[in-house]
Design a protein around this ligand. Structure first.
Ligand code: K7E
Ligand code: CUA
Ligand code: CA
Length: 638
């Protein structure tokens, strides 16, 4: 930490300088990380909280019949889905299954969803963290939302016209996609995805040494439209979070394990790890010029972004920052990459305008790009922005959100006496991500802030040993942050994103030509079936395809006969045109369930392994005679 940052400002009042740097000795384990905290000064009494909320309550009340101003997309964490929330009401509007299996819609069960999931459909779990909306000219264009799966090293895309996942890829040569962000300018051509863990290459069981020069991880660049790998860049150390700039040239990622250590103690050894800055234009040029290698069977171009001795690669620069940094956030004014110190009470502001000189070799020291190292409090994890020059950083250990002014922080770092800390607000408890409305775009509007708290104990009715988390809504439209809502959430949102409601344009009814079910339409064509009319059973050896329509409250086929052991595919086209009349299809005792919304075609395949009569029924309450929307599969013994 620089001595320059120790001016007599708010830091003294908050007692920060007394606690000072959180050295490795102070943190001997995850228990200690949490232990300092929820029990400390950050606890606000329920009464004072309720009083504070009262005056802001008007702003968040969305009365019956009224609509929210913002769409919020919440990661479902290791539950694997994306949740859609209305903000500011914090009402859940919808869930979008992605890396999980969903009983209602049949995601992971239907042929359409399994086709999208590809090979990875064999995995029934996922761990998503970072939802991000595609952009044009640094503003949300409402086309797609992308999200990572740390558990099975995948990236998925959700179409925001239908709120369904339409593409999923497994990133090759890597383990655990964690940080994920999108190119902002000129448009989201690329998805940037950090593979977190260092692994040996090839990972064939012959080498297990992480210090080996063939042990590394990679920064992954994915073509957003095709959802195919564009290229990969080998890095030193590991990778945590990432973000892109507003020029389209640079991205940056935090590394907490510059030590390439195996254990906690080792990972905390260095006082500084680093931020890797990537010159994406230079990397693109190298790929175009064919200056890359490939790994194993993979055809993906691989660039080496590691240092060779003291020499930098042409695509990367390593900027030392303290200590096990976590979040990496680009300020909405486009000026800074901000690395959040986690084990240091500081955030490091990297001035993006100095990066061309860094890459051109005009700066002596990569640290010359640091505009300020700002002391904020204990455990800074993520930072967000209000578009008025203020930043908001979560302090995990202090259980607080700190509001600070960026320009004033730079002045203080340069020795001026300025109080750059505007407010510290208690949150409940241990906040991780933080997100202000439109903060990842040049249109950050400074209205709402969500602090995603990892611990929610005592804020809600008890639910047994497993507690919900607490996503707190904070009004930041005035000079002061005001906590206005507690939102219990199931494991584990990590991160969310908010867009203005006019930026998301959805379809009310499916388009019959939608590519989502195109493979099924193709199959029907081969069977000579007109999906909008035909109710027919096609036999193809022991494969049986049952094509039917549905119009509330009847299926076009109410009885069909198969032989025990047949592989049955049921294909249903919902001919209802009316908004909101979704049907379902459940074959009892067969693990079969799916959604068929208006004008949608859905299909599901299963083995008819039990002789006898098996009822099927509609699972979405579609009509007064919904209970009567049934049919029978007759299975003759083999
Ligand atoms: Cu939990 Cu963005 Cu995966 Cu921080 S990350 S908290
Ligand atoms: Cu169709 Cu219920
Ligand atoms: Ca470290």
């Amino acid at each position: 930490m620089s001595d320059k940052s120790k001016t007599d400002n708010e830091i003294d009042k908050s007692g920060l300088s007394r606690r000072g740097f959180l050295g490795a000795t102070a943190v001997t384990g995850a228990g200690a990380l949490v232990g300092v905290t929820a029990l400390g000064s950050a606890v606000m009494s329920r009464e004072s909280w309720a009083a504070a909320v009262k005056e802001s309550q008007q702003n968040i009340h969305v009365a019956p019949g009224e609509l929210d101003d913002y769409y919020g997309f919440w990661s479902g964490g290791h539950q694997g889905e994306v949740r859609v929330m209305g903000v500011p009401s914090m009402r859940e509007l919808m869930r979008i299954p992605v890396f999980n299996v969903d009983s209602a819609t049949g995601w992971g069960l239907t042929n359409e969803s399994r086709h999208i999931m590809g090979e990875s459909a064999k995995f029934l779990n996922g761990d998503c963290h970072h939802p991000h909306i595609s952009m044009t000219d640094g503003k949300y264009d409402g086309k797609y939302l992308f999200i990572n799966d740390k558990a099975n090293t995948r990236v998925a895309r959700i179409r925001l016209d239908i709120f369904k996942c339409d593409k999923m890829i497994t990133v090759p040569n890597c383990q655990a996609i964690h940080g994920l962000r999108l190119q902002k300018v000129p448009y989201t051509k690329y998805v940037f995805a950090n593979a977190e863990f260092v692994i040996p290459h090839p990972n064939d069981g012959k080498v297990f040494d992480l210090q080996d020069e063939n042990s590394y991880t990679m920064y992954n660049v994915i073509d957003a439209e095709k959802m195919e790998m564009a290229f990969q860049i080998i890095v030193d150390g590991n990778l945590d979070n990432t973000d892109a700039d507003y020029t389209g040239r640079f991205t940056a990622a935090t590394c907490y394990n510059s030590e390439k250590a195996y254990d906690l103690g080792g990972m905390m050894r260095n006082e500084r790890d680093w931020v890797v800055v990537f010159d994406i234009e230079a990397a693109e040029k190298a790929v175009k010029a064919g200056k890359f290698t490939t790994l194993g069977d993979s055809k993906v171009p691989v660039l080496d972004g590691r240092k060779k001795g003291d020499a930098d690669s042409q695509f990367t620069r390593y900027i030392p920052v303290p200590k096990n940094p976590h979040g990496l956030n680009t300020s909405s004014d486009g000026k800074y990459f901000i690395a959040n110190g986690k084990l240091s009470p500081t955030v490091s502001m990297i001035e993006i305008a100095r990066l061309p000189d860094l890459f051109a070799g005009k700066l002596k020291d990569p640290r010359d790009t640091i505009a300020a190292e700002v002391e904020l409090g204990l455990g800074p994890l993520h930072t967000t922005f209000d578009g008025r020059g203020n930043a908001y950083t979560t302090l995990f250990l202090d259980s607080q959100v700190v509001k600070w002014n960026m320009a004033e922080a730079v002045r203080a770092y340069n020795g001026e006496k300025v109080n750059y800390i505007k407010q510290k607000l208690d949150v409940h408890y241990q906040p991780g991500h933080i997100h202000a409305s439109l903060c990842e775009t040049s249109e950050a509007d400074g209205k709402w802030l969500v602090a995603l708290c990892k611990f929610g104990k005592d804020r809600f009715l008890p639910t047994g040993p497993l507690h919900p988390e607490n996503d707190q809504l904070i009004d930041i439209s005035g000079d002061e942050m005001k906590l206005v809502h507690d939102g219990p959430t199931y494991a584990e949102p990590h991160d969310c994103i908010m867009a203005r409601r006019d930026q998301i344009k959805t379809k009310k009814v499916w388009d019959r030509n939608d590519p989502f079910f195109a493979p099924t339409v193709e199959m029907a064509k081969k069977d000579g079936i007109n999906l909008e009319q035909d109710n027919k059973v096609i036999r193809d050896g022991n494969k049986v395809r049952v094509y039917m329509t549905s119009v509330a409250p009847v299926y076009g086929v109410t009885e069909f006969t198969v032989k025990q052991g047949d592989e049955v595919t049921v294909v249903i086209t919902n001919l209802d045109m009316i908004e909101d009349v979704s049907h379902g299809f459940v074959m009892t005792n067969h693990g079969v369930s799916m959604e068929i919304s208006p004008q949608q075609t859905s299909s599901i395949t299963f083995i008819a392994d039990k002789p006898g009569l098996h009822w099927y029924y509609c699972s979405w309450f579609c009509h007064a005679l919904h209970m009567e929307m049934v049919g029978r599969m007759l299975v003759e013994p083999a």
